[in-house]
Design a binder for this molecule. Sequence first.
Ligand SMILES: Nc1ncnc2c1ncn2[C@@H]1O[C@H](COP(=O)(O)OP(=O)(O)O)[C@@H](O)[C@H]1O
Ligand SMILES: [Mg+2]
Length: 354
Amino acid sequence: MGGKEKKCIGIIFGGESNEHYVSISSAKTVFEALISKTNIDRFRVKAFYINENGVWLNNDQSLKLLKENSRNATTDKYQLLPKGEINFLNNIEFQSIDIWFPLLHGLNGEDGAIHGLLKFTQKPMVGGGILGSALGMDKILMKKIFSHLEIPQVNYLAIQNQNLGDDSVKNNLSVEIIEKLNLPVFIKPANSGSSLGISKAKNKSEIIRALQKAYAIDSRIIVEEGLDVRELECGIIGNLKLYSSEIGEVSYSTDWYDYNSKYSMNNQIIIPADIDSQISEQIKKIAIRSCRELNIYGFARVDFFLEKISNKIFLNEINTIPGFTSKSMFPMLWEASGLNINQLVAKLIDISLD
Ligand SMILES: Nc1ncnc2c1ncn2[C@@H]1O[C@H](COP(=O)(O)OP(=O)(O)O)[C@@H](O)[C@H]1O
Ligand SMILES: [Mg+2]
């Protein structure tokens, strides 16, 4: 194939999100796969880096970042724009892109924001659309829909439209939580990621503190019964038809999978997970069904709890732009399912053209 027929892939990464640095690692992995020997004849890359202040860098600067090894040489160099200015359509070469590959994890990206923006370019995109992305990100709406569909999930309470700045409101809520749910509970911001803002609480004072912590991130909060669980994850790819990967298990040495344990080196990923084939089939079925119901396609990672005492499955959450670093579960699941990283990235692009 000659250079002219190469498809130009626009990678968008970084972003105003607490998962900024994970996004840079994910983008590097995808970039390397696109310029690998297997793919270099098919693709060329333009890169769009958004720094932590929301400033868009041009293609040269962004590509340089993807080729750089050090992690911190990045944002320090590019400061805030003068107050009140935005630059996201200035000097940004949107025109030459054939296919978008957004890799913004968490807020201001994975929540559908980037999908909405890119829709106006009328170019295909790896991943889903606005609706599925927004629903996948929002733990309250996701759970309400799954309750309606009777997809198994842990008992929960949704908190919204309440002023948690007021102590008596927090006090009343904590009483209600203790009345309605079994302790301990997990208290989470409805929209966050990487376990940020989440606490496990086992009494009233811990619940009040946990509400406060979650409220600092999002005024919408979800409270769940905390179970003693194994954590299982399933990869999904596809468009008109969705395919599931092998099931993986993540195990860690801490009490639960909090921020520090997520990014520590002590986690173990086991693929395929050591579970009954029946459970594995059930997980794959629920993973595909839940994505279908929320209009999630392209790619996603669906996370489950397997309660140790009952061996019951509960859907925990769906990530619509799953971590894509070389050590992330999503690419490892597909590697175990017969697609190496270079094949996976090419496949995701083919799927976006479906
Ligand atoms: N109901 C629950 N029971 C037991 N552990 C939980 C529960 N909810 C969350 N956790 C623990 O907290 C982690 C993060 O929760 P999760 O809802 O996946 O948030 P995030 O979107 O930040 O990944 C989970 O991986 C798990 O270890
Ligand atoms: Mg999670």
